[in-house]
Write a protein that binds this ligand. Structure first.
Ligand code: HEC
Length: 96
């Protein structure tokens, strides 16, 4: 009984942490100007984040290549965000 309670508390905690994280990245994408050209579900100037995630699903090394493109401005317009933030953004986009 006691362990059941513990399990549900941990699960609830993780759910809250997950939601807080996603909100943080959505905010970061907004602040970094990504949402001028992108949206989660719909194509704007750039493809939707869901389409990008589908395109790279299961491709090893895709995340690193995308971060490099955003960091350097080769293959994509250069991101205003720091390299660490670009990493977080790519991880978030590819998880959609
Ligand atoms: C000026 C408009 C513009 C802005 C701002 C922009 N993007 Fe893009 N993005 C595009 C276009 C257009 C494409 C599709 C063409 C391409 O692959 O470069 C794209 C493609 C992408 C891709 C897929 C690249 C690929 O090789 O398939 C990712 C990931 C991405 N954008 C992330 C971001 C992130 C993160 C930001 C914010 C830091 C951002 N974009 C800001 C226009 C933009």
């Amino acid at each position: 009984m006691k362990s059941m309670l513990l399990v549900s508390l941990v699960a609830a905690g993780l759910a809250v942490a997950g939601a807080a994280n996603a909100a943080g990245e959505a905010d970061l994408a907004q602040k970094s100007g990504c949402m001028t050209c992108h949206a989660a579900d719909t194509k704007k100037i750039g493809p939707s984040f869901k389409d990008i995630a589908a395109k790279y699903k299961g491709k090893a090394g895709a995340d690193a290549a995308l971060v490099t493109a955003l960091d350097t401005g080769k293959g994509h317009s250069k991101s205003k965000a720091s390299s660490d933030d670009n990493k977080a953004l790519v991880k978030w986009i590819l998880s959609m």
